[in-house]
Each structure stands twice: as structure tokens, then as C-alpha cells.
Design a protein around this ligand. Sequence first.
Ligand SMILES: *Cc1c(COP(=O)(O)O)cnc(C)c1O
Length: 247
Amino acid sequence: MGHPVEENLKIVRQQMELACQASGRKIEDVKLLLATKTVPLDKLQMAIQAGETLFGENRAQELRDKFPLMQQYNQVEWHFIGHLQTNKVKDVVKYVTFIHSVDRLKLGQALHHQLVKENKTMDILVQVNTSYEESKFGVPPETALELVEQLSQFETLNVKGLMTIGKLNAANDETRHCFRLLKLIQSQIREKKIPRVEMDILSMGMSCDFRVAIEEGATMIRVGTSVFGQRYLPDSYYWNDNAHRDD
Ligand SMILES: *Cc1c(COP(=O)(O)O)cnc(C)c1O
């Protein structure tokens, strides 16, 4: 038996394969991103040593804390997957190559402003609130296309696709509905052939629902608990805190 992180990774990878087989998809078409909020450095290191290369953080502060480790491994890519306040843009842009959670024009403007200053570009996904829950961030499905069009005007931002958090603690088919909706929005946006916009990535599925997400077309799943174990902070700390909204 290896370290628990290694064992858990094997299990998750097996489950990904099964979900791919069940839905006639190729395993190479689904990437595993490890959600590492609250996860200590030694566990992260285990995952890196086991060959994992995609990691996602939710907070600027934690990115900063983990930066020394990031610097040791240049094969590892860091993504930002949490709610991003405009006043944290500067800190986040410094550390990541990809942002999954762009959900409003104001954030796009703030990112563009900072990226111009730094002479950089950033790959982004537009986060869509497919479950229509108040507590979740994301643009409403009805205005996703409009936001993508607006964001495409910023030459520093490369729109690569869409992200969503499916309805949690819900019946399987309710969650599935969220993922289907994201896929539908993807195809509607694709039809518009918006210049500079790519729609190849669908970031959807977490520990509780990644198999369903794969069946519904996820190209990237974001998994934390199944690999690293339970977190000591509730997710409401990251997701539901309306006090942290800045617009
Ligand atoms: C924490 C988190 C995940 C992973 O959640 P698990 O249930 O631990 O797998 C995925 N996406 C986002 C945006 C997260 O904040």
C-alpha cells in the first residue's frame, strides 16, 4: 500500500476510466484537476510525485502560501477555480495560468487591466450558475453568451470554454441536468462563431458527481475530497459568503 493520496488517486483514475467506457469516451479527453483548498503541502507533494500536474486553488492567500512549492515543480500547472474578487486580481494573475471562474464583465475588465500592465495573457473559462442557486457564483445561463461576447473583446483574455458547479446534495438527475445545460450553452455559443473564442473545455464534476459529469461531456473534472480526504473548513466558507461579493 502506498500513501493514501496515491491510493485515492488510483481509485479516482479507475472511476474516470469506467465513466469514460460507459459513455463511449476516450480517457485522454478528460483531464483531472485536483482541487487543493485547505490541503497541506505534504499531501500536494504526494500528488505531484504520483504524477499529477493540474491543480486548482480558490483563494489568493492560499496560492501565495503554496507558491514556494509550485516553484519547485515547473511541470505543474496552477489554475484558479474560486470566486475572484476584483481587488485580488493582481495577486492571482501572478500565480496561475488559467482562471475557471470569470462570471461578470467587471471581473473581465479588472483582469484585462492587470494583464495589460504585466504584458501577459490569460486563459479563462466562464462560470455559469446552472443550478440557479443563490449561494453559487456564476453568470445566469441566459446571459452566458452575452458575457462571452463581451469578454472576447479583451485581447488579453482567451476564452477556452465553460465551468459549472452542479447542484449538490441533489438527486442524480438534477445534477445531470446542470451538466447537460452547460453542454447546451457550449453548443449555442459555438454556433455563433465568435472571433477569438474557443469552446472546447467543459470544467464540471467534483468528488460527488464527476462520473455523471464525464457521461455528460466534461473535459476537465475538479476533484478534492476523494483524493485528499475531508476538508476542515466547510465549502460555504469558499462559496456562500455574500460578504465577499464585490459587485
Ligand atoms: C472544492 C472545489 C471542488 C472539489 O470539491 P470536492 O467535493 O472536494 O471534490 C471543485 N470545484 C470547486 C470550484 C471547488 O471549490
